[in-house]
Ligand binder design. Structure first.
Ligand SMILES: Nc1ncnc2c1ncn2[C@@H]1O[C@H](COP(=O)(O)OP(=O)(O)O)[C@@H](O)[C@H]1O
Length: 175
């Protein structure tokens, strides 16, 4: 069947930092033979920044330049995008959006072991408590393509991979 995405579906894996986006998205891309794109790494490699946030001690991504950089590739399809936000991407880019969710004590431990502390740690925990990214995703995309996935344990990850891989098979059969 003809498709406007010759290389497969575009999948967004989003969620609060530490919920397991990179771990899941990299494995998914490998198993499904899709391109893995980590927005943070892409910005770093291309120096796609527009300033520095002293509060969080990190550079600020130049969203317009990130979008320009990815436009052609997203048009081809077959991409797994990994980013802790979802508002600035065009809605038309994604066929499905997964929002990873992690219980607070587990997330706290993961972020602490990543070296987060103080305000950065607290703000990220608050982000998860208030399900900020899930709300963002529901506001930015059709609700039927937004799916919440538990991401607490390795078993969760295997379940999530199975679910997404079978969704990809279905997508291929209908496009
Ligand atoms: N489903 C999971 N079960 C247990 N640990 C996980 C799971 N997913 C990720 N992790 C661990 O949590 C930490 C953060 O994962 P990472 O993929 O870097 O998160 P993110 O990309 O969302 O910031 C890593 O140490 C990773 O090994």
């Amino acid at each position: 069947m003809a498709t406007d995405r010759p290389c497969g579906p575009n999948i967004l894996i989003t969620g609060t930092p530490g919920t397991g986006k990179s771990t899941l998205a990299e494995e998914l891309a490998q198993r499904a033979s899709l391109n893995y794109i980590n927005i943070g790494d892409l910005a770093k490699e291309g120096n796609l920044y527009e300033g520095f946030d002293p509060q969080y001690n990190c550079p600020i991504i130049d969203e317009d330049r990130v979008l320009d950089e990815l436009e052609d590739q997203m048009g081809q399809g077959g991409n797994v995008i990994d980013y802790h936000g979802c508002e600035f991407f065009p809605e038309r880019w994604f066929d499905i959006v997964f929002v990873l969710r992690t219980d607070n004590p587990i997330l706290y431990t993961r972020l602490e072991s990543r070296g987060y502390n103080g305000k950065k740690l607290e703000d990220n925990i608050q982000c998860e408590i208030f399900q900020t990214i899930l709300e963002e995703a529901r506001d930015s995309y059709k609700t039927e393509i937004v799916h919440e996935l538990a991401s607490n344990t390795p078993d969760d990850m295997e379940d999530n991979l199975d679910k997404i891989l079978s969704w990809i098979e279905q997508w291929k059969n209908t496009h």
